[in-house]
Design a protein around this ligand. Structure first.
Ligand SMILES: [Zn+2]
Length: 459
């Protein structure tokens, strides 16, 4: 967009401002095409499609130019440094070119050059990023399919803005969200790894398949990049540490849906709404893999990748992936869950109410956990209607509060899935160890409008 005129026109050129649109007698909102409008599968939501790239960049002699692709030429002459990059696999007509006085660190991993280009004073998290790339490559190549390039580069830019973005094998990354992060706080989310894994995930989800220019388009890239990052975190930190990430996403979703100015959409109809494709998407995908199994979810993902990888129109729609998940759902309960997660706006309210533990004659403990459960369907304006609900949800007994401090597996006295239905019910257990906390959905897998009351201290 910065270096050449764009031929034709795109929606992003249209007036966006609601007041201005009204002034000119245009509909106030610009909505993407409906999911049912098959004509919209002729283009991607980026506008362009797949291409090859051969890019030559010239810059001042003491800077390092970077563009997508394999570097086949790099020379300094007459005070200029010139480099040429050629892509080995198709890329989108959506790429970035950068140049600065970078420090560089490289690691060759399974034939792939992992490279971090950074401000020489900002080396703190470079190893963490390299490790995250390595974990990501391992998980994604094993579960989604081969990485299409021979290099993966992270390139620091100043805190003019605080985002990272994935272009083909080049990932510009703000100093503000990774390079200058303090990763020593054990209670904080390791967002350097999370963001790095998310951007690498886009090399599959956006840079191997890209959604059609319609509702749900960003579910195939942003939601799946979130899922990819969550799987890296799960395998790195363990399931018992995931509450911290899930609660972060849940709080973000609940807060931002309250500020929705137009209309909340179900995930499969997301209209580029960030709180839906990122925050809600994370929760939906995490619960889905917990219920259907990680292998089943990855099998469904591979089926869409294999059908659409690097192909031109028609581009994929979100509902094809939802159908692939439904095919993996083996029980009516699980099929209903797929519909609730993707096709509706579903909000739960799960609550642990004053659990108790009483010592028995044999030295063990009688634990009683009253649980209150409700499920609601919301419309796009936030009006809710309660719906009958019966599901198998995790019940947990712990010696410390999940998600806090050094909580991990050793604090789990019991964790098992039990049938939970609408209304009030009581669960009873006999344990050898006295739990100090008990709860329902204790790791916040469900979209719960009050996630703080899922776990309560045992009296
Ligand atoms: Zn993303």
């Amino acid at each position: 967009m910065e270096i050449a005129p764009a031929i034709g026109m795109g929606r992003d050129m249209l007036l966006q401002d609601r007041a201005k649109r009204r002034k000119y007698g245009l509909p106030a909102e610009l909505h993407p095409a409906k999911l049912e409008d098959l004509s919209a599968t002729r283009s991607t939501y980026f506008g362009g499609g797949w291409t090859t790239a051969d890019i030559t960049v010239s810059t001042v002699a003491d800077q390092t130019p970077i563009a997508p692709g394999r570097k086949i030429f790099d020379q300094v002459a007459n005070g200029r440094r010139t480099a040429r990059f050629v892509s080995d696999a198709p890329i989108l007509t959506f790429f970035s070119i950068q140049s600065a006085r970078y420090a560089e660190r490289h690691r060759l991993y399974k034939g792939i050059d992992l490279g971090i280009y950074y401000h020489p004073a900002h080396a703190w998290n470079v190893d963490r990023m390299l490790n995250a790339l390595q974990h990501g490559l391992d998980y994604y190549q094993a579960n989604f399919g081969p990485y299409q390039f021979k290099q993966a580069r992270i390139i620091e830019f100043p805190a003019y803005d605080s985002f990272a973005q994935a272009f083909a094998n080049t990932m510009p990354y703000s100093e503000a969200i990774g390079f200058t992060a303090d990763a020593t706080d054990k209670d904080a989310i390791d967002y350097v790894t999370y963001v790095t894994a998310h951007e690498l995930g886009h090399q599959w989800w956006a840079h191997q398949i890209i959604g059609a220019d319609m509702q749900g388009g960003t579910m195939l890239s942003e939601t799946l990049a979130q899922y990819s990052a969550l799987m890296v975190m799960k395998h790195l930190y363990g399931e018992d540490a995931m509450r911290r990430f899930l609660k972060f996403e849940l709080d973000g979703y609940l807060r931002r849906r309250g500020g929705e100015g137009i209309e909340e959409q179900p995930l499969e109809r997301v209209e580029n709404q960030q709180y839906i494709h990122y925050n809600k998407g994370s929760l939906v995908m995490y619960l889905l893999q917990d219920r259907l199994g990680e292998d089943a979810v990855n099998r469904a993902l591979r089926s869409i990748l294999d059908k659409y990888r690097f192909k031109g129109a028609p581009y994929p729609r979100s509902i094809e992936l939802v159908d692939a998940f439904r095919n993996e759902a083996k029980t009516p309960e699980d099929k209903a869950l797929v519909a609730d997660l993707f096709e509706r706006i579903t909000v739960y309210d799960l609550k642990a109410d004053a659990p108790t533990a009483v010592r028995r004659k044999d030295g063990k403990w009688d634990v009683t956990l009253p649980v209150e459960a409700h499920k609601y369907y919301a419309d796009g304006k936030g009006n809710e209607k309660e719906s009958a609900f019966a599901d198998r949800i995790a019940i947990g007994l712990f010696t410390a509060e999940p998600g806090r401090g050094a909580f991990d597996r050793k604090n789990v006295v019991l964790m098992e899935r039990r049938p939970v239905k609408s209304g009030r019910q009581i669960f009873r257990f006999v344990t050898a160890q006295k739990p100090s906390f008990a709860g329902v959905d204790p790791y916040n897998f469900y979209i719960d409008r009050n996630s703080d009351d899922n776990v309560a201290p045992v009296g």
